[in-house]
Design a protein around this ligand. Structure first.
Ligand code: CUA
Length: 160
């Protein structure tokens, strides 16, 4: 009898330990997700009919919008360039990019930052970044996309 109780107790303790371990893992995961969100890891922000990228919705009018103290940029990566052709931001302000392609897969890499996005037709990539250093940043396509791939270059300007 006494022996059985002892085993039961150990069994319970093991379960409590297991529960605590799971909670710890869960908290670490949530913390990690919160840290990486709002960072430059692109996330899928929805789907769009690739054949309508040029004619309907926000991407038909590629632009940089100032929203309060931040920016929102709607960007098209196409064969072979980017729209808007030039983007300007003030340093130190958060920029949220929405990027998609109307044709084939492209890249959206901004030099001297960790921005590096796969631009997939029909998928909207979203990422946020705050440019701290004023200057010109080259945007390059790092996915082979056809004959004009090597010339698929643009730039963005960060003003002080
Ligand atoms: Cu677009 Cu390579």
């Amino acid at each position: 009898m006494e022996h059985n109780e002892h085993i039961l107790e150990r069994y319970e303790r093991a379960w409590i330990f297991f529960g605590l371990a799971m909670i710890t893992v869960f908290i670490i995961l949530i913390g990690y997700m919160m840290l990486t969100m709002g960072n430059t890891n692109p996330v899928g922000a929805g789907r769009i009919d690739a054949t309508k990228v040029r004619t309907e919705g926000n991407f038909a009018n590629p632009r940089v919008e100032q929203v309060g103290n931040e920016y929102v940029a709607y960007v098209q990566g196409f064969s072979f360039g980017y729209l808007p052709a030039e983007m300007k931001f003030k340093a130190g302000r958060k920029v949220t990019f929405y990027i998609t392609s109307p044709d084939v897969q492209h890249g959206f890499q901004v030099e001297n930052t960790n921005i590096n996005v796969q631009v997939i037709p029909g998928e909207i990539a979203k990422l946020s970044y705050t440019f701290e250093k004023p200057g010109e940043y080259r945007i390059i396509c790092n996915e082979y996309c056809g004959i004009g791939h090597a010339n698929m270059i643009s730039k963005l300007i960060v003003e002080p």
